[in-house]
Design a protein around this ligand. Structure first.
Ligand code: C5P
Length: 306
């Protein structure tokens, strides 16, 4: 039995370019891995690839072939020419489902690492990264962890320097948001504003030097000032109630606030661990979210723990 721990992500910068011909958007995506994470346990099975899930949101997790953990196991087996792969994958779910924190992608990355160990395949890390990119734009980062700039559709990664520990709070909403729907809303709002949404209309986004310096310096105040998410307007358009969540966390003393990825989870940067605990408590009491978790990062990517 192999257990892999895998982090969720928040995008401290999500710069979104125009819509490409392949249906994706070019990004300048600064990923940040946080300790809030899932655990995926792989064990031998003679019944093909099967899944189970536990945790407060387990009912919202699909246990069929659409689950990225199952797709990851199948992809790894196919890469190695394993004709009849057998594994049971149990997902202990803590990352909000469809929450903009790459929880499904995290489980895909964890399943790659867990099956690689269970089946004693010793797949090179570079190959795992390539397989991860086939599974989804956010899966490679869940393998890498830490802080990284994602270019292309987010899958071309460059590790970034980050000093010390940053303290975060995540406010979990009722219900998720569909990532493609949020990207579509972003395009619609750009068209409506008259700026256009195509590749040729929108300048290619770039990483913000002030944000990179704040990460490298371990400066939470400077990072808070530089947080940006080009999908935030679209997420707020689809879920206007998130404005109250962002306000509640800011009023509770957060240094900075933004929607995490495509949302609806909201992320708050705090001064220190005590500050994060206070912001989380205030958010839970505010009635503007289902629950709130204090956590920290950066932390490593998917790794075997047992
Ligand atoms: O890569 P992934 O399967 O996670 O992407 C899900 C959907 O999100 C894509 O089908 C696309 O609609 C949208 N997306 C995008 N641009 C990106 C990443 C995702 O438009 N860079």
């Amino acid at each position: 039995m192999i257990t892999v721990r895998v982090p969720a992500k928040v995008n401290v910068q999500l710069g979104v370019g125009g819509l490409r011909a392949d249906g994706f958007h070019d990004l300048a995506n600064v990923f940040f891995a946080v300790a809030l994470g899932d655990e995926v346990t792989a064990s031998d099975s003679s019944e093909g690839i099967t899944l189970s899930c536990s945790g407060p949101d387990a009912d919202a997790v699909p246990l069929d072939d659409s689950n990225l953990a199952a797709r990851a196991a199948r992809l790894l087996a196919a890469h190695h020419g394993i004709a009849d792969p057998g594994v049971h994958l149990h997902i202990a779910k803590a990352i909000p489902v469809a929450g903009g924190m790459a929880g499904g992608s995290a489980d895909g990355a964890a399943a790659l690492v867990a099956c690689d160990a269970l089946w004693k395949l010793d797949t090179p890390f570079e190959t795992l990264l390539e397989l991860a990119a086939e599974l989804g734009s956010d899966v490679p980062f869940a393998l890498l962890g830490g802080v990284a700039l994602g270019r292309g559709r987010g899958e071309i990664l460059e590790p970034l320097a980050a000093e010390g520990t940053f303290h975060w709070v995540f406010a979990v909403a009722d219900g998720g948001l569909s990532t493609p729907a949020v990207f579509r809303e972003c395009d619609r709002l750009r068209d409506e504003a008259g700026t256009g949404s195509a590749d040729s209309d929108v300048p290619t986004p770039d990483a913000d030097p002030a944000l990179l310096a704040a990460l490298a310096d371990g400066d939470a105040v400077a990072l808070a000032a530089a947080l940006t998410n080009d999908l935030q307007t679209a997420a707020l358009s689809l879920r206007p109630a998130l404005a109250a969540t962002l306000r509640a966390g800011t009023e509770a003393g957060a240094l900075g606030a933004l929607v995490s990825g495509s949302g609806p989870t909201c992320a708050f940067l705090a001064k220190d661990a005590d500050g994060a605990a206070a912001v989380a408590a205030a958010l839970r009491a505010s009635g503007t979210c289902r629950t709130a978790h204090a956590t920290y990062g950066p932390v490593p990517g998917a790794a075997v723990v047992a």
